[in-house]
Design a protein around this ligand. Structure first.
Ligand code: ZN
Length: 134
């Protein structure tokens, strides 16, 4: 038996386990993951959501890199300093704070939104049109 007993920090219920825990916190985290009390279940949901968000944003970062590569292969260089802003917009879109973001700078236009598969999608277009207005 481990010297640390898993105790749910929400309801105080003790959960038994054969696992050896190194710290009381580790034991309590185990209890929180197992407990069926409403507070622990909320916490479990929250943790799951956070994990999913981290995963999605990591995927978005990868998509941004691909986008840079895509543009580079076509002789267009996206400014490096736009990357953090694109990721920031991706987070806002994922958190449903905004429906979509459209970033326009020099001759680039980047649209960021959640596609039908629920994935953060980036669409880039650029124009070389020379326009003169008088
Ligand atoms: Zn509990």
């Amino acid at each position: 038996m481990s010297e640390y007993k898993p105790i749910c920090s929400h309801c105080g219920q003790v959960h038994f386990s054969d696992t050896e825990f190194d710290t009381q916190k580790e034991a309590n985290d185990f209890a929180k993951l197992k407990c069926k009390c409403p507070e622990a279940q909320d916490w479990q949901e929250d943790t799951k959501r956070q994990k999913e968000r981290t995963k999605r944003l990591a995927a978005a970062e990868e998509s941004i890199d691909n986008l840079y590569e895509f543009c580079k292969n076509r002789g267009k260089t996206l400014p490096e300093e736009m990357k953090p802003h694109m990721l920031e917009c991706a987070a806002l879109v994922y958190d449903d704070k905004i429906n979509q973001a459209v970033l326009q700078f020099s001759k680039f236009k980047i649209a960021i939104k959640i596609n039908q598969k629920g994935i953060i999608a980036f669409a880039c277009s650029f124009t070389d049109t020379v326009k003169m207005e008088q």
